[in-house]
Design a protein around this ligand. Structure first.
Ligand SMILES: *Cc1c(COP(=O)(O)O)cnc(C)c1O
Length: 805
């Protein structure tokens, strides 16, 4: 028994006994999981306090990463691996008489995010700690994370995710550091002693924010940072007036209402809800974080004018854009700085990452809502806008149209605040998340901002952390890489390049193939246990796992599956075994997305139960997509579906996870697909479909549906299968999808359909030559080094935050 594992075992026993008060012989797997996590946290806290002291002594610049979402998934394996305690802890737990893998499985995913944006934030905090950056993530401790999904009658059912009901062992709650956040009230217009306008924000209520710290340990390093998640509680003095009037029940119910702020994550991805509670959440995050920033700042520095030298605030999308306004409010109202100086500090401190090109997903909020919740902030936004537009009018007197497009306000009567404009004006840097996306921001999304301040706009292509997405998700491949390349690749992913020399070594290629086979067998086990569908691990595994959205075009994928099915059934064609896997959640109010899920499930049921198809096609929609499920699917994939309409997917990150794990991509010329293809080589990537420019043209000319009406009758036959009774006797059920495809298709499914089918044919033919296929898989792995989130964070550090690392 190693010394460390003996110590670990004692520590776990101690946590069981003294923290959880459970005796070893009565302990459940859940108890042991908690005790193990608490034991790990013990080390993390030690390291955290050490890191803090060191960072303070070195006066390191601090990065505050603000995000409404952190899609963390499970943490135990990740923390143990990063701290190099995995094997010792495995031994310790086994010696206590428990199966370590079962203990790992006990951990619920922390699903405090919807999809790519939240997962990016999680990869970034891992990379920042690994790169020894003095950084913290700031978010909300939602009591209910993203809903859990199940299927009933082929339809999505949502269930509450009370991930925290057992009290996550990873979080340390700081009740002694409450933050008092004012909200509501009114403005009293007044003058100060010198006769200057000095408005007073009065009559507000108080929300209390409680910080909860989750420790983020860098990979094998000395740095442990924190992710700080705020929960809302009502203050005792909450609306004292109602108490005084004797309306006790009303007062208590208002108290409860203020605790709702951190109750639930809004479950929509890339679509807006416009709900008051959501705006309150965004303000709550920003207000809590800024109080933390000022408190930490005061510990090492007195001169507030030096803030941009010591602090960087990164806004993950516009959700935390109010940070610009709250920072101004604190500098002007509380530190009494003159406006121009406060504004310079604010701009130099803040930076904004844009995540979307779809105008309908750009946040706006009604002015009336601001008036009610944040009257002082509204005043400040008016003032920012006024000064900004005055300046624009002076500098470009001959371009009056700029005043409309650049304004922080939209509309005449029902005025709205444009959060993207606010974020851009208040930041020194605006970045897109893939090369194409960053170009389209400049040329299509906000060209007038680019015209007035071209120097603000830069690119930082997304990445994923190789610790979670390769080392942990794919231990078989990781062991192979250790053996081939040594153990340094997890923090220096460019080392994967050395694998390229082995591309023509049949023995090495066969090993890649054997690893994939093993991963596919493991996934087949899960699928057969949960769904009763038997998969052949020799078949091609073709996977599309991501949020369900029209722009991501799961519908294009299933149309191709329908085409294969009809070809087998009606034309007697035979194909090599192929497995189509889907997973992903639809926003509960997104009717079309939910119908797409129902269609896929309906088609799957028909195909899987048709004896003529057996051995050729299998289709499974896995329930409840989340990080831990992604970790099982991605290493078991042969063909990765990245088929968004060109010009709609800002970057994508699952495309990177798949290629890094040796899947070949079938994808459009969109987002980071373009850079992935460039990196892995054109011959090792299945490109299809229209370019962003061609899509724009087709939309303008209204040609998206021509193929159905005048083109190929085969296409019409396939599309009509949605309403012809092949899959369901209810001809009306999928009529809205049929109508969308044939009459009003903003996402150009049919425009790309033939190209997609042909490219699928090519991939299916190539898969018949396993050596060549897995040679390409090896080349994908070896050339994906630049898609580590370490590279992305080094870019942010150098180009945005002014930090060397
Ligand atoms: C990576 C990831 C995503 C993002 O997937 P895209 O295909 O890039 O949209 C979403 N959800 C989970 C659980 C992920 O791990």
């Amino acid at each position: 028994m190693s010394v460390i594992s003996r110590d670990l075992r004692a520590l776990v026993e101690e946590q069981l006994k003294y923290t959880l008060c459970v005796s070893l012989n009565k302990a459940t797997n859940g108890d042991v999981f908690n005790a193990v996590a608490l034991a790990v946290r013990y080390f993390q806290q030690d390291q955290f306090l050490g890191s803090q002291a060191r960072q303070r002594a070195e006066k390191k610049k601090r990065v505050y990463y603000l995000s409404m979402e952190f899609l963390l998934g499970q943490s135990l394996r990740n923390n143990l691996m990063n701290m190099n305690l995995l094997n010792d802890m495995r031994q310790a737990v086994n010696e206590l008489g428990f199966d370590f893998d079962n203990i790992l499985d006990e951990e619920p995913d922390a699903a405090l995010g919807n999809g790519g944006l939240g997962r990016l934030a999680a990869c970034f905090i891992d990379s920042m700690a690994t790169l020894d950056i003095a950084a913290s993530g700031h978010g909300i401790k939602y009591e209910y994370g993203l809903f859990r999904q199940s299927f009933q009658n082929e339809q999505q059912i949502e269930h509450p995710d009370d991930w925290h009901s057992m009290h996550s062992p990873w979080l340390v709650e700081h009740h002694t550091q409450p933050m008092l956040i004012p909200i509501g009230g009114y403005i009293e217009h007044a003058d100060d002693v010198n006769g200057n306008y000095n408005p007073m924000w009065l009559g507000w209520n108080t929300i209390v924010g409680i910080p909860n710290d989750y420790f983020v340990s860098g990979y094998r390093g000395s740095t442990t940072n924190k992710l700080r998640l705020y929960s809302a509680v009502a203050s005792n003095s909450f609306n004292i007036h109602i108490f005084n009037r004797g309306d006790y029940i009303k007062a208590v119910s208002e108290k409860i209402a203020s605790e709702n702020i951190s109750k639930i994550l809004y479950p929509s991805d890339e679509i807006l809800t416009g709900k008051e509670l959501r705006l309150t959440q965004e303000y709550f995050l920003v207000a809590c974080t800024l109080r933390d920033i000022f408190r930490e700042y005061a510990e090492t520095e007195a001169d507030i004018s030096l803030l941009p030298q010591h602090v960087a605030i990164q806004l993950n999308d516009t959700h935390p854009a109010l940070a610009v306004v709250e920072l101004m409010r604190m500098l002007v109202d509380e530190y009494s700085l003159p406006w121009p100086q406060a504004w310079e500090i604010t701009q130099k401190t803040c930076a904004y990452t844009n995540h979307t090109l779809m105008p309908e997903a750009l946040e706006t909020w009604p002015v009336a809502l601001f008036e009610k919740l944040l009257p002082r902030h509204l005043q400040i936004i008016f003032e920012i806008n006024h000064r900004f537009l005055d300046d624009v009018a002076t500098r470009w007197p001959d371009r009056p149209h700029l005043l409309t497009s650049l304004s922080l306000f939209a509309g005449d009567k029902d005025k709205h605040i444009r959060m993207a404009n606010l974020a851009i004006v208040g930041s020194h840097c605006v970045n897109g998340v893939a090369m194409l996306h960053s170009e389209l921001i400049k040329t299509h999304l906000v060209p007038d901002f680019y015209f007035i301040t071209p120097e603000k706009f830069i690119n930082q292509t997304n990445g994923v952390t190789p610790r979670r997405w390769l080392q942990q998700a794919n231990p078989n491949l990781a062991a192979f890489l250790n053996q081939q390349l040594g153990a340094r690749w997890p923090t220096d992913l460019h080392l994967l390049r050395q694998l390229e020399k082995k591309a023509d070594d049949a023995g090495v290629v066969d090993q890649i193939r054997a690893i994939k086979f093993k991963n596919k067998s493991a996934l087949s086990q899960i699928v057969s246990q949960h769904y009763g569908v038997t998969l052949d691990p020799m078949a091609m595994f073709d996977c599309q796992v991501k949020r369900i959205h029209e722009y991501k075009r799961q519908l294009l994928n299933i149309l191709h599956v329908i085409a294969l099915y009809l070809d087998i059934k009606e034309n007697g064609k035979t194909i090599a075994p192929k497995v189509h896997l889907f997973a992903g959640k639809a926003a509960p109010g997104y009717r079309m997305a939910k119908l797409i899920i129902q269609l896929i499930n309906t088609v799957a049921k028909k195909i899987n139960s048709d004896p003529r198809i057996a051995g050729q096609l299998k289709v499974v929609f896995l329930e409840d997509y989340k990080v831990s499920l992604a970790e099982s699917i991605i290493p078991a994939t042969d063909l990765s579906e990245q088929i968004s309409t060109a010009g709609t997917e800002a970057s994508g990150t699952s495309n990177m996870k798949f290629a890094l794990n040796g899947a070949l991509t079938i994808g459009t010329y969109d987002g980071a697909n373009i850079e992935i293809r460039e990196a892995v080589g054109k011959d090792n990537f299945y490109l299809f479909g229209a370019t962003a420019e061609e899509i724009t043209k087709s939309r303008r000319e209204g040609n998206n549906n021509l193929l159905y009406h005048h083109g190929n009758p085969q296409i019409a036959h396939i599309v009509d299968a949605l309403i012809s009774g092949v899959f369901t006797p209810d001809h009306d059920l999928f009529a809205p999808l049929h109508h969308m495809l044939t009459a009003a298709d903003n996402y150009c499914h049919l425009l790309d359909f033939e190209s997609y089918c042909q490219t699928q044919q090519q991939a299916m033919a190539d898969f018949e030559h396993p050596r060549q296929w897995h040679r390409k898989a090896l080349l994908n792995i070896s050339r994906m080094g630049e898609f580590s989130s370490d590279r992305t964070i080094q870019g942010y550090a150098k180009d945005i935050w002014g930090i060397n690392c």
